[in-house]
Design a protein around this ligand. Structure first.
Ligand code: NAD
Ligand code: ZN
Length: 387
């Protein structure tokens, strides 16, 4: 027997989502009107900043909703939070299809609401409203959710693409600078693997993107670098996922920056943010490509300078420790069916997969990562790490 299922996604880039005159937030997938009670889940910070506007929106539009507020932050990406959501879904009598919950928050909140929705009644639809840069350009398009478990990232999770995602770039204007920088770590990944134009935008406008929080100071009607970066990152991700939504092919270029980082991120939690560790993994993988002659020293230096220009550190002591890198690769290989399937750059914007990375290559790369810890923009790197 074979069966197939079509997945319909609405990913809508929109402005002024919480304006009561804008119908989008209240609509069901397929833009149908909502008549029954739905759960709105927010993270604490979102509730503090936007809670009043959100409550006003549903009240003015006479839509029936109940609220649940949960803490953000990766240390709260737990099964307990999933069960809290399931309990509220049950209490308010959530239906199988007609009353999809709405998740308004960062990537952590999106992941726990997505997972609760995928488990409740064996799966109900839900609506995503991502409110961090990282969640808007990366998680927003993804079919995945999950929680951290037994010290491992996303060890429990499901595939459950939401039928409706609403992306309002103005919502990230309230993010702390560090969260914008972390989100740009995922944009850097996308730029390096497939979009040289995106890379040039990050290279040229990095500090401004952070300072303006991608707002382009223009009420959303522009074609400035903020809008362009967001649009290119989202469409690049969507293009990649559409080809391999259920990850039946374990070779994924969007896993660039996500080979060594998962173990390191969990070990460093909560000191480093997701996008910060992803950016360091991008740089480490660029060192590996450099040593194989697939990147020129000039290209490598552009990558490091662009990373720094966005306020992201290219290295960390854990990325300079070969034993940590080996352990991280070994764990990721279990996730890739015991293959490395390591994405390496062949120039900026092109990739190949390799399965023959050696411990010696990792040792040499770790030495360059040590040098990167010690040098700033003016410092001269040996680039060979003495190898
Ligand atoms: N499912 C996927 O495919 C996917 C993809 C990428 C990332 N993720 C996950 O996303 C998580 C990281 O997401 P994140 O970086 O959004 O972290 P997060 O959800 O913890 O949000 C970061 C912080 O920003 C606060 N916040 C949220 N919106 C805000 C706003 N508009 N203004 C001010 N503060 C706001 C949150 O309360 C939190 O304190 C990781 O767990 C990662 O695994 C999942
Ligand atoms: Zn990521």
């Amino acid at each position: 027997m074979t069966a197939s299922r079509q997945v319909d996604y609405e990913i809508i880039e929109i402005y002024d989502l919480f304006n009561p005159g804008n119908p989008e937030l209240g609509l069901l997938p397929g833009r149908k009107p909502s008549k029954l009670t739905r759960l709105v889940v927010m993270d604490h910070t979102v509730d503090e900043i936007f809670g009043e506007r959100i409550r006003n929106y549903f009240s003015v539009n006479r839509l029936f909703v109940e609220y649940l507020t949960l803490p953000g932050g990766d240390e709260n990406k737990t099964l307990d939070q999933v069960l809290r959501i399931a309990r509220r879904l049950s209490e308010i009598g959530t239906h199988r299809v007609g009353t999809p919950p709405i998740a308004i928050g960062g990537g952590v909140l999106q992941d726990v609401v997505g997972m609760a929705s995928s488990l409740y009644r064996r799966g109900i639809p839900y609506v995503r409203v991502p409110t961090t840069l990282l969640a808007q350009i990366d998680g927003s398009v993804s079919a995945k959710n999950g929680v951290n478990y037994e010290g491992f990232r996303n060890r429990l999770g499901t595939f459950a693409p939401p039928p409706r995602t609403l992306i309002d770039r103005s919502l990230i204007a309230t993010l702390p600078e560090r969260q914008i920088q972390s989100g740009l770590g995922e944009a850097l990944k996308m730029a390096l693997i497939k979009d040289p134009v995106l890379f040039e935008l990050l290279e040229e406008h990095g500090p401004q993107l952070v300072a303006d929080r991608l707002q382009d100071s223009d009420n959303g009607n522009d074609a400035g670098p903020g809008r362009e970066v967001m649009h290119r990152a989202i469409s690049g991700m969507a293009e990649e996922l559409q080809k391999n939504l259920w990850e039946t092919d374990l070779r994924r270029i969007v896993d660039y920056g996500h080979t060594f980082s998962p173990v390191i991120e969990m070990q460093a939690l909560p000191a480093l943010l997701h996008g910060e560790v992803v950016a360091m993994d991008c740089v480490l993988s660029a060192v590996l490509a450099l040593h194989r002659g697939m990147l020129t020293p000039a290209q490598f230096e552009r990558i490091v300078n662009t990373t720094r220009g966005m306020g992201l550190a290219p290295s960390h002591p854990m990325f300079a420790d070969p034993s940590v890198l080996r352990r991280a690769l070994a764990d990721t290989m279990r996730h890739r069916d015991n293959q490395q399937h390591l994405t390496l750059l062949q120039g900026i914007g092109r990739t190949i997969f390799v399965n023959d990375l050696t411990d010696t290559e990792l040792d040499c790369a770790a030495q360059v990562m040590t040098e990167l810890l010690e040098t700033d923009e003016s410092g001269v790197l040996s680039l060979q790490g003495g190898c």
